[in-house]
Design a protein around this ligand. Structure first.
Ligand SMILES: C[S@@+](CC[C@H](N)C(=O)[O-])C[C@H]1O[C@@H](n2cnc3c(N)ncnc32)[C@H](O)[C@@H]1O
Length: 258
């Protein structure tokens, strides 16, 4: 699904070396996840927060807007930390990520939750979005820290995929980093800053520009916030979790003519 450009040898902690057909948007993230050896509180994944608190804050913001009978897609699920939390509250969770190594890690860290499935998926690839929608129908989408990393030139296709996946009934919750989050990231100790993938440092999603991505004639904003909103991280050198400035949106399609 979503793969287009050539075959390379990929090394993962779980599968060893295997040939994988890369999509054009995959390389940055695959090379990040491919080198992750430890996750959780003492691990290498900076944003790998305690889901019971991080996603619980999210859940309170979107729960009342989402139809609980629809599947929920954790788009850009990484190691599945938030997917596992969502599976305690929703009947069916699909965790998708562009990186095969992330998906392998998510699978290996998940046990006993039979209502989650994980897939490799590139949200910039609208054909893959169509195939996923054909399989699962309209979905709610949970997205934490993904769109702000997507290259500007890929954002129109990425948003088109969101439209396809949501269909007429789905609701999207996103929590993303504005461009100004870089000012916070730069205050972190050097060894922590170095662990943050470069792609995460270079771009953002600003609520002031939301209508550029979600124009009013096509989207209904149900809720939004950027005052005092943060994405929490694993404990930093001082033993406390970081709090990266963020914004959130709860949004639904106004017109569906797919
Ligand atoms: C900052 S991480 C956040 C991971 C997870 N949502 C969390 O909060 O723990 C961004 C994730 O988005 C994934 N990603 C980036 N671009 C993507 C795309 N086009 N399609 C699907 N996943 C993507 C990356 O591989 C990475 O796992």
């Amino acid at each position: 699904m979503g793969v287009q450009a050539g075959v390379q040898l990929v090394r993962t902690p779980i599968l060893g070396v295997f040939p994988y057909e890369y999509g054009k948007n995959m390389n940055d993230w695959e090379s990040y996840w491919n080198n992750i050896r430890s996750s959780g509180a003492d691990g290498q994944v900076f944003w790998d927060a305690v889901a019971e608190r991080a996603s619980l804050e999210d859940l309170r913001r979107f729960r009342d807007y989402m139809n609980p009978d629809l599947p929920i897609l954790d788009l850009g699920c990484g190691n599945g930390r938030q997917s596992r939390f969502l599976a305690q509250h929703y009947k069916q969770v699909i965790g998708v990520d562009i990186s095969p190594s992330a998906i392998e890690l998510a699978k290996s860290e998940t046990s006993g939750q039979t209502n989650i499935e994980y897939r490799v998926f590139d949200a910039v690839d609208t054909e893959s979005a169509r195939a996923l929608h054909d399989e699962f129908g309209d979905m709610n989408i949970y997205m934490r820290g993904v769109l702000h990393n997507v290259k500007m030139r890929d954002r129109p296709n990425f948003i088109r995929s969101l439209e396809i996946l949501l269909g007429a009934q789905g609701t999207l919750y996103q929590i993303e980093l504005p461009s100004r989050a870089i000012l916070y990231l730069r205050t972190l100790p050097k060894e922590i800053y170095a662990k943050i993938p470069k792609i995460t440092r270079r771009i953002g999603f600003n609520l002031e520009e939301l209508h550029r991505y979600y124009p009013e004639e096509k989207w209904i904003v149900l809720d939004q916030g950027d005052d005092g909103i943060a994405i929490s991280t694993i404990p930093l050198a001082n033993g406390k979790e970081g709090a990266v400035p963020a914004n959130y949106l709860v949004i639904r399609r106004r017109i569906v003519n797919d």
